[in-house]
Design a protein around this ligand. Structure first.
Ligand code: ZN
Length: 339
């Protein structure tokens, strides 16, 4: 590198964003062990060698507000441990989080109903290729946005949601959302399509949830799972400041251990995609600001609030699965369940 170019590059590295980009050296440095945890086990493979890779930086006692869907305190998490066997990242010290979801209220979530509706419709269009009709169950249904879209597309749709406030929002629109968690006594029988959109990263026992989903899928049923990808380029660049590192996310998958979890739960992936999300332009503007130096931050123009954009950041997985049968070929993955 010529001297002047090198000086220019070093100058850029004094800015936070460029420093993060320049620091990317892959997950070898990103997930360096700090110490070993001996009081827990991996919620995916059952491995017992967990290493602390990020200490907790929670500043105050947790409340339901800490778990808001629209929370933007990126990088604030409980202690994160990495499984030495399968690389799954989990917050082992936060096993009891349901209470926070039950009392959660999030008015900002409803403000984004239009964009979330577009997003739900896009996901359902993917699902339609495999399962175009029948009974649909949305787990973590919120205020029933996906249930509403699915009903419009011809599905016999219902949902399950633990937040009393979000459940009330759904019932106000006369949407069939049951208050509680899955499995739910009101969501009985088999389903042709079960959707789990941005839920798996919130639950203390993802494998148990996936196993219960497999049990309630009809013979030709499809499960659609969407969750952030901690192995994505965005996560590697932004490291612990990645927008998916937040209090509410207590489990972080990459492609390999997500497929491992699905397999162990009795589910066979049939296709894998990078899902798109929809945002208003002013929302994107304010979120990107967090990664810029203060001098470059200014208020978004008003017209941006009316502009909705599909964005594919390639930092989540969308995996469609069917129940495994004995005739299925095992999925090729590089990690195995710990014995
Ligand atoms: Zn593991």
């Amino acid at each position: 590198m010529r001297l002047e170019n090198r000086q220019w590059a070093l100058g850029l590295q004094s800015l936070p964003f460029f420093r993060q980009v320049a620091d990317v050296r892959g997950k070898e440095t990103f997930h360096q062990p700090l110490m070993t945890c001996q009081s827990s086990y991996c919620r995916v493979c059952g491995g017992t060698e967990l290493v602390l890779v990020k200490p907790s930086n929670l500043g105050s006692p947790l409340t339901s507000d800490s778990f808001a869907i629209t929370d933007s305190h990126y990088g604030v998490t409980a202690a994160i441990y990495r499984c030495a066997n399968c690389d799954f990242l989990q917050c082992s010290d936060l096993p009891q989080v349901l209470q926070f979801y039950e009392t959660l209220e999030d008015s900002g979530y409803e403000v984004g109903r239009r964009e979330r509706g577009l997003q739900a419709r896009g996901i359902l269009k993917v699902a339609q290729r495999l399962q175009s009709r029948g009974r649909l169950l949305d787990i973590g249904a919120g205020s029933g946005i996906l249930v509403e879209q699915a009903a419009q597309m011809g599905y016999q749709a219902e949902g399950v949601e633990p937040s009393a406030w979000l459940h009330k929002m759904a019932r106000r629109r006369e949407l069939p959302v049951h208050l509680g968690t899955f499995p739910h006594p009101a969501a009985v029988g088999k389903f042709d399509l079960i959707t789990l959109i941005d839920v798996l990263e919130h639950v203390p026992d993802p494998l148990d949830l996936l196993r219960n989903i497999a049990k309630q899928l009809s013979e030709s049923g499809v499960a659609l799972v969407v969750t952030p990808d901690v192995g994505s380029v965005a996560a590697c660049i932004l490291r612990w400041r990645w927008w998916h590192f937040r209090v509410a996310h207590i489990g972080y998958f990459n492609r390999q251990n997500l497929i491992l979890a699905l397999n162990l739960a009795g589910l066979e992936p049939v296709f894998v995609r990078r899902p798109s999300w929809y945002f208003t332009a002013d929302y994107l503007w304010t979120r990107v600001h967090r990664y810029l130096p203060p001098l470059l931050r200014f208020a978004p123009p008003l017209f941006l609030s009316n502009l909705v954009l599909p964005i594919n950041l390639r930092d989540s997985w969308l995996i469609a699965c069917r129940r495994k049968t004995s005739a299925n070929t095992p999925i090729n993955t590089t990690v195995k369940a710990a014995s």
